[in-house]
Each structure stands twice: as structure tokens, then as C-alpha cells.
Design a protein around this ligand. Structure first.
Ligand code: SF4
Ligand code: SF4
Length: 243
């Protein structure tokens, strides 16, 4: 996968290394819970990859770093942009996005229903397990269908706390959370600031795509509240919004 033509992120390297360490520490805990609960989640099952998935900036940097090292990142930009724009509509929330039945941009197109970025997938994917039948996760299931998810919130929160530190250090804000393609494009732009050629190309595909902060201000409060289990008031305070 690594390719010598890609830019080499440097200053963010420690962020991505630390995040990988955190995942390495938390993953066995999640696996242990999953095994004991006998969860239904299996390789290739992917209804949940059509949910609205918002990620944090450190997670976006980790994915962006891997993409930039991959020789195919240029050809992936149009797809990333299209997916980002599909996350920009009034009233976006889990229910309205799920209705679109639109797979995550990183769900493999090779037909096996697997995640193309499995080893670096974000915490909301990593620590999401259910004990209910997989059919209940499907967008075709009746609207009032309930799934039984494992409560692994303490693991998510550990990642979230780390990200809070990163967001403050790098972007002077306590929280940046946005849909996967919106965040990844932003992070690719951020990581190529010193590489004019690459950065120009990425910027071209970012035209019309909001930054994570813009996305949060315009669309994000309901999503933040749904995905991070915080109140609307907390979310507004965290991203500095005024009513
Ligand atoms: S959460 Fe549901 S759709 Fe996702 S892997 Fe588990 S059972 Fe399958
Ligand atoms: S990042 Fe991977 S696991 Fe997460 S929604 Fe996308 S395809 Fe699914």
C-alpha cells in the first residue's frame, strides 16, 4: 500500500501513533466483551455501514495518513467528495441518512461487504456490537425495530478524551466531529499543507464541501447528540455556538 509519490505527514505522526496505541489497548477489551456476550456481528455483515457515521479529527488524521501513503488516493478524491456532499442536507440524522441506504465510502466495492480501512476504522465502528439479529440492523427492518447494542461507551469516551486534547492542540477547539468523508478530506488538506502540488489537488475536490466546523454548525447538533450521547446544550457549548 505505501507509495513513494505521496506526501509524508510529519507533525501529526505522533497523533496517529498514539491513537493506534489507544486502539491496541482498547480492542482486546472490546473483543472480550463481544465474545462473552456472543454478539451477532460477523465479517461481511454491514448494514451498520449505511448509518450516519461521524468521526473525530484524530480518527480523520489516521485515515488521511493511510490514504496519502497509498498511491491510489488521487483517484479516490471524486468519490470522497461525492460522499461528503451526500452528508450535507437539512435534517440529517441517523434516521434520515439511513433511509438513503447509502454505503460508507470505505465499504469495499469488491463485493465482500468488508471495510477497506478495517485496521484503522474509527471508534464508532470499532466498538459497535449488537446481540440482536443482524436483520434488525437492516434499513429494510421496520422503523420501530430495536437493536440490542453492547454498552462500550467507556471505550469510546477514552478515544474522545484523547481527541479533545488533539482538537485543542491543533485546532484550538474542544471538538471536531463530522461525517467520515467530510473529516477525511479536511484532514488530507491539513496534512498536505507543506506539499503544494498535492494540496492544490485536494483543495480542488474540497470546493463546496464544508469543513468539520462548518458542517457541525450547519447540520451537526442532532448528529452529535445522537452519536456522542451528549446533550444539545453541551454540544453547543463545546463547539462554541450561540443560539
Ligand atoms: S451491528 Fe448489525 S449490521 Fe453491523 S456487523 Fe453487527 S449485526 Fe451486522
Ligand atoms: S469505516 Fe468501515 S466499518 Fe466504518 S462504516 Fe465505513 S466501511 Fe463500515
Amino acid at each position: 500500500m505505501p507509495d513513494s509519490t505521496g506526501p509524508t505527514p510529519s507533525s501529526e505522526r505522533s497523533v496517529t501513533e498514539v491513537l493506534k496505541d489507544i486502539f491496541s489497548k482498547l480492542d482486546p477489551i472490546a473483543k472480550d466483551h463481544a465474545e462473552r456476550a456472543q454478539v451477532s456481528c460477523k465479517k461481511g455483515c454491514n448494514h451498520c455501514c449505511k448509518l450516519l457515521t461521524t468521526i473525530m479529527v484524530s480518527e480523520g488524521l489516521l485515515i488521511a495518513e493511510a490514504l496519502l501513503k497509498d498511491g491510489t488516493w488521487r483517484s479516490f478524491l471524486p468519490e470522497l467528495k461525492e460522499s461528503a456532499l451526500a452528508h450535507c442536507f437539512e435534517g440529517i440524522c441517523n434516521a434520515t441518512y439511513f433511509d438513503k441506504r447509502r454505503p460508507c465510502v470505505f465499504l469495499s466495492k469488491k463485493g465482500q461487504g468488508v471495510c477497506d480501512i478495517y485496521s484503522i476504522r474509527p471508534s464508532c465502528c470499532r466498538y459497535h456490537y449488537v446481540t440482536s439479529e443482524p436483520e434488525k440492523c437492516s434499513p429494510e427492518a421496520p422503523r420501530d425495530t430495536q437493536t440490542a447494542a453492547l454498552d462500550l461507551m467507556p471505550l469510546d469516551k477514552e478515544v474522545w478524551m484523547f481527541d479533545n486534547h488533539v482538537s485543542r492542540e491543533l485546532f484550538n477547539t474542544p471538538l471536531m466531529s463530522a461525517p467520515i468523508p467530510v473529516m477525511v478530506l479536511f484532514c488530507m488538506d491539513y496534512m498536505t499543507q507543506d506539499d503544494i502540488t498535492c494540496n492544490r489537488e485536494i483543495k480542488k475536490w474540497m470546493e463546496g464541501v464544508p469543513t468539520p466546523i462548518e458542517w457541525m454548525k450547519k447540520y451537526g447538533i442532532p448528529s452529535l447528540v445522537l452519536n456522542k450521547e451528549i446533550s444539545a446544550e453541551e454540544a453547543e457549548v463545546m463547539i462554541g455556538l450561540t443560539k
